[in-house]
Design a binder for this molecule. Structure first.
Ligand SMILES: [Zn+2]
Length: 319
């Protein structure tokens, strides 16, 4: 429970106020714009932080965060909501896949960031210090990148802190996407948050540069359900939806540069040992057979014919 004046960067937002502004932050001499919505509710309540566009071309996440920021009013709010709809503006402007173009680093691998690190690490540090670390709950909205198709799912980070992890799981269940994936990777927004005791989820909907009404709604409806659950906005408690816990989140990676031919689709169930695609060289010879290391379901799938060594190919979620 937090109340009182909020300070984000150089801007103060009093109780009962809403401000929408663009904060300029400096990363080693490069000026980066960061659009911000702050809605400081008239009544006390939790502080919810929402980010979109950590990957700049995941447009459903950006548009969903914008819609939430535009529609929320302090008169209707108990608590505080901070929204960064385009957390990675350099990537958004350049339609960059995976990485921030300032130094070629994936912003979702360097949280909680470093004040004296590279430019992307500094950006993570600013976002973490100014928004994430003092949140009561945190939702980081994503989707498939420009070259990725995906079926919606929610990721929670297993931090080992039982109380934080239990709250994050509850948050994921309330958000309402069926598949919940547990991740142990470090450096993500939600791992950084969990490390600071902030219950957090990363929600995935949309992809391939397309921002459908349906994929935007998956994010906005989920956030709406969370705010009703936390009694931050009026409305009935959200009806429970069936969820499925996927304890394994397996990423397959290309070992070569060439052409990528997947032989499965999003949502397909695969068997352990099943051939699910191949990489060929530019003359057509097979360089890599892609084999499912475990049985499970295809959660995201790279749809690009062009593939580089080290690029993700697809992920399998398994119970
Ligand atoms: Zn992403």
């Amino acid at each position: 429970m937090k109340s009182g004046t909020l300070q984000i960067g150089s801007v103060q937002v009093k109780v009962g106020e809403k401000k929408s502004f663009t904060q300029t932050i400096e990363l080693d001499g490069t000026q980066v714009e960061l659009p911000v919505f702050v809605i400081n509710g008239v009544n006390d309540g939790p502080r919810l932080v929402i980010t979109g566009g950590i990957h700049g071309a995941e447009y459903a996440s950006v548009e969903a965060a914008l819609q939430i920021g535009r529609s929320l009013q302090p008169e209707d709010l108990s608590g505080q909501v901070i929204i960064l709809p385009v957390a990675n503006m350099p990537a958004f402007k350049t339609r960059s896949i995976y990485v921030c173009p300032l130094d070629g680093i994936n912003l979702n691998r360097v949280f909680p960031g470093k004040a004296d690190g590279g430019k992307t690490a500094q950006l993570a540090h600013w976002i973490f210090q100014n928004a994430i670390q003092d949140a009561d709950y945190y939702i980081d909205m994503h989707g498939g990148d420009l070259v990725e198709a995906l079926a919606p799912f929610t990721i929670m980070s297993e931090s080992g802190n039982a109380e934080t992890d239990a709250k994050a799981l509850k948050l994921a269940e309330v958000f309402g996407i069926r598949d919940i994936v547990k991740s142990k990777s470090q450096g993500s927004t939600i791992a950084g948050a969990a490390g600071a005791g902030v219950p957090a989820i990363l929600t995935e909907a949309g992809g391939q540069g397309i921002w459908t009404k349906e994929s935007i709604f998956t994010h906005t409806d989920g956030a709406n359900r969370v705010m009703r659950w936390l009694k931050m906005i009026a409305g009935e408690q959200p009806a429970p939806v069936p969820t499925r816990m996927l304890n394994q989140f397996i990423w397959l990676v290309s070992e070569h540069t060439g052409y990528y031919y997947a032989t499965v689709e999003i949502g397909d169930t695969v068997k352990k040992g099943q051939k699910i695609g191949m990489i060929t060289n530019f003359e057509g010879s097979v360089l890599q057979e892609v084999i499912a290391p475990e049985a499970g379901e295809v959660l995201f799938l790279v749809s690009s014919l062009s593939i580089n060594e080290g690029d993700p190919l697809l992920s399998i979620g398994a119970e």
